[in-house]
Design a protein around this ligand. Structure first.
Ligand code: PLP
Length: 447
């Protein structure tokens, strides 16, 4: 059945996918490939903050792919840049120079805050983190890495080796020796309920304790706001406090800005800037939003660290001109329209609306976030027990009402809200209203 164009709030057709894509997908793709919905949605096109499925249903997109649609769906400047570049030359490989690659490297080097910065382009966040870990390992001649509990850094062998969440880390094996540090998320237990200052002190003491028992650690890798971990922020200044300890031991700091970069957190262009005590990180990794859907990732490091590799190293598709052209157009749009400021303003309003809407709900433990990176932690109604079931119910109930959101968190009990950064006030109000309805429905279903 083809539904008429439906706005959020209208009831999309949620019957089985008529194309049978789901069955075909199951037959040829891995079982462990994550799909958000029990009846997967086949998306056909998008515009602004909306996407449409194969049945013509329209959804307000509060997840932007997975934070990949950073500015807006089908942004005309990006589409034009891609078409023009594709018409000239699609790919050169990094054996040759292309103007878009050098232009983008210059822009990112200047924006990164890292002195004497060099940029290496990859095709994903995983590959960016892999490269950063390789650089740190070679530079410091050590394969010992510090990572945060509850972290996620990608799905390669080494990225999985620094992922502090068993749900995303299928192997205990790793080419790296990883030690996990407290601090990225206020876990239950002794750390919960502490003031910000006491929390930072406790985490620093934990770090000092770890470093007292080991020698020669290469780097700490950390997301300034944990993404897959459920959009949880440590108190501002935590990584600045860590930095003092790391600097004393000569340990590098890798800031994984795959989710937090480009103004997503509203107050800052990079997530690390909330922890800027001792300046920028030694290495910064990025991906997701910068290509607005094109595969662009990379690492920024000062020349001394970037150039420590003794062997040749290329990424065949990293820095491909067509993806670079897309990223340049996307970055221009982001800066020209102050989308970081929009994330701060509209994100602030959205958090406010969600907190007000969730006030009496027993299924909600917390609404948290910064800018347009908002997490809603769910519990079994009236308890303090994390509830992945509630998260599943809300995601489905929101979809039925024309709103797409994500989920995640250490226990799978967090809703994740990260719309394109151009979200309007009206769309924020609409989304908050639908989400509140979906939360109420889930709460009713569980009591
Ligand atoms: N780092 C962070 C913080 C991420 O959230 C992700 C993906 O979700 C990655 C790295 C891996 O990026 P990709 O999926 O592009 O390999």
């Amino acid at each position: 059945m083809r539904a008429p164009e439906a706005g959020p709030g209208a009831q999309p057709d949620t019957g089985p996918a008529p194309t049978g894509l789901h069955a075909r997908h199951r037959a040829v793709l891995p079982d462990w490939l994550t799909l958000l919905y029990e009846r997967p949605i086949e998306l056909t096109h998008g515009e602004g903050r909306h996407v449409w499925d194969a049945d013509g249903n329209r959804y307000l997109d509060f997840f932007g792919g997975i934070l990949t649609t950073m500015t807006a769906h089908a942004l005309p400047e990006v589409a034009k840049a891609v078409a023009e570049q594709a018409g000239r030359i699609l790919h050169t490989s990094t054996l040759y120079l292309s103007r878009p690659m050098v232009d983008l490297a210059e822009r990112i080097a200047a924006l990164s805050g890292i002195p004497d910065a060099r940029v290496f382009f990859t095709t994903s966040g995983t590959e960016a983190n892999d490269t950063a870990l390789l650089l740190a390992t070679v530079y410091r001649r050590s394969n010992q890495i510090l990572a945060m509990r509850n972290s996620y850094h990608g799905r390669s062998f080494s990225a999985i080796g620094v992922t502090g969440n068993a749900g995303w880390s299928p192997t205990g094996l790793s080419p790296l020796q990883t030690l996990y540090v407290h601090g990225g998320v206020r876990t239950r237990g002794p750390y919960a309920g502490l003031s910000d200052a006491a929390y930072i002190d406790a985490c620093v003491a934990d770090l000092e304790d770890l470093l007292g028992q080991t020698a020669g650690v290469a780097a700490l890798i950390a997301e300034p706001v944990q993404g897959v971990g459920g959009f949880t922020s440590p108190p501002d200044g935590l990584y600045a406090a860590f930095r003092e300890v790391l600097d004393r031991h000569g340990i590098l700091w890798i800031a994984d800005e795959v989710q937090t970069g480009w103004g997503r957190t509203g107050d800052h262009f990079w997530g690390w800037q909330a922890h800027a005590g001792n300046g920028p990180p030694d290495l910064l990794t990025f991906a997701k939003g910068i290509g607005n859907g094109m595969s662009v990732g990379g690492v920024v490091a000062r020349a001394e660290v970037m150039n420590c590799l003794g062997a040749n190293s290329i990424s065949t598709f990293g820095g491909s001109p067509v993806t670079m052209a897309a990223a340049l157009a996307n970055l221009d749009h982001l800066l020209a329209h102050d989308l970081q400021g929009n994330a701060r303003r509209v994100g602030g309003l959205l958090i406010e609306r969600l907190r007000a809407a969730c006030a009496g709900l027993r299924v909600v433990r917390e609404v948290r976030g910064r800018g347009l990176m908002i997490g809603v932690e769910l519990v079994a109604p009236g308890t303090d027990e994390p509830s992945p079931r509630a998260a599943g119910l809300v995601v489905e109930a929101a979809r039925e009402r024309g709103l797409l959101i994500g989920k995640g968190g250490l226990s799978g009990s967090a809703l994740r809200i990260a719309p394109p950064l151009s979200l309007t006030v009206e769309e924020a109000e609409t989304g908050a209203r639908i989400l509140a309805e979906a939360l109420r429905e889930a709460e009713r279903g569980m009591t």
